[in-house]
Ligand binder design. Sequence first.
Ligand code: 5GP
Ligand code: MG
Ligand code: MG
Length: 183
Amino acid sequence: MRAADIADDLTTVLVTEEQIHARLAELGQQVTEDYDGKELVLVGVLKGAVMVMADFMRALPKHVTMDWMAVSSYGASTKSSGVVQIRKDLDIDLADKHVLIVEDIIDSGLTLAWLLENFESRGAASIEVLALLRKPDAMKVEINSRYVGFDIPSDFVVGYGLDYDERYRNLRDVAVLAPHVYS
Ligand code: 5GP
Ligand code: MG
Ligand code: MG
């Protein structure tokens, strides 16, 4: 669905599907240059990163592999608990691999900080982060995210994989959720 289909639930469209695709193509080029001659493993964080992974992966003109991890820190609330729990671990061994974590959004940064530490302990050759969205004003810990799609304000957003209580993931654009939906 597009933002116009559920206009009552949204206040502002921040990033359109077209803008996302264009930006992912740019990041794909950058990643291709940076990982020239190296094997790359993309690790997506379920479920929010499914759309970013699908579109970003296809923007790459070389072989890559993909794996997924499911963690939880949010539930049906709109604020990070800071408590991270593994719900589904990786299938592959990260030892000596060049890993690029693919994330939907960096909000407080707590989830990624935890994941980075966890992946480092598995002996990866390198670990970088690609995040479609980042909220600079909401970050509680410094995250060295090499590839960022868009910096956005600290409002709660939905769409392009991002949910509120498991809904809105199939919205094609990224939009600010109207407060009346969750208050
Ligand atoms: P953190 O606060 O740890 O950086 O964010 C953890 C996770 O919370 C993100 O990966 C994302 O799934 C979710 N999250 C953070 N901000 C938002 C937001 O504005 N909208 C939605 N739908 N999820 C968010
Ligand atoms: Mg996420
Ligand atoms: Mg969520």
